[in-house]
Write a protein that binds this ligand. Sequence first.
Ligand SMILES: [Zn+2]
Length: 382
Amino acid sequence: MRKQIAVYIEEHRDAMMDFWRQLVQIESGSANKAGVDAVARRVQEELDTIGAHTEIHEMKRAGNMLVSVLNEDVPEAPVLLLGHMDTVFPDGTVADRPFTLRDGKAYGPGVLDMKGGVTIAVFAMKALKEAGWTKRPVRLVLVGDEEVGHRNSDGNQQIMEQAWSAVATFNCESGRLGNEVVVQRKGALTYRMDVTGIAAHAGNEPEKGRSAILEMAHKVIAIQNLTDWQQGTTYNVGVISGGTVANAVPDTASILIDVRYLKKEYVPDIEAKLQDVAHTNYVDGTKTSLTQLSCCIPMERMAGTDGLLAKVQEAYASFGMPRPSGIIVGGGSDSAYTVAAGVPTICAMGVEGSRHHSPEEYACVESLYARAKALAYVVTMV
Ligand SMILES: [Zn+2]
């Protein structure tokens, strides 16, 4: 099986490169529904050639979702392959910097995040089909709005529904330089804090004012000091605004706060600590409110994660690649939802590269083929 997979991928290097190039050349920023939907159609067309059963889940206000199943009639728990088709780049980016190859690296919008990963998932399925592997269904789920956190769809709910019956998930998200994979990701909470003070002329009667900015300055330091490196919970005041002119005691100040955390069970404590800062008065006569703006759950390490990682390591090693270490990162992904559905998940199984979400984004071409082989093979090991 391992050998057949390797032969298939080696013989289809050009086809993989063409497919990757075509996907990058389709403009598919999260806001470009027509573009994301076109990516889904191109993926469906490719998987039609191996007789996979594909359904397109129509979304009204976001890119569509694709679910494609190989070995649909096999009555075993499926292996889930996960990914997204949208990118963070606005329309016009493809014209500015089309798919390009240079010194063993590929450039272009979404080349790493994650059209390389979509290419890997699709060709892993094709390799499994060609190798005659029929032990389990392989279910590919590609969403259209990961980069905006599914705010205009129920994509996260649908991922959980697709995942719950699966035995394992491999998320083909952007791979990292250094051959690592991701076993745990922090969750993210965002809050807004508003302070109201009392305005006054800064020269004539400053004593009558109550500075919202001074109050907020104390609070910013208090919030930053909540960071607990040991526990992995970090607080970042990322935006600050307040006041109107230099010669008035300011009566308004606002901040936006980002909190990263490893376990869902930490959330009540995070909330309580922020409420505590909100309710502690440093400047008499000011008032403070705290509002949660968003909550992304963490991809937690679960029983089964380490066993699945060991299989990924073995699969990589069997193709002569270094055994990937499983790391913890602060940035989120849809793997949080497959873990929430109780399915062991390994993330960042896509093409290796760096600088995603920037114009310098690039992917290492050889890793496209190497990681497609490893992905197809580890599916057979689950
Ligand atoms: Zn991504």
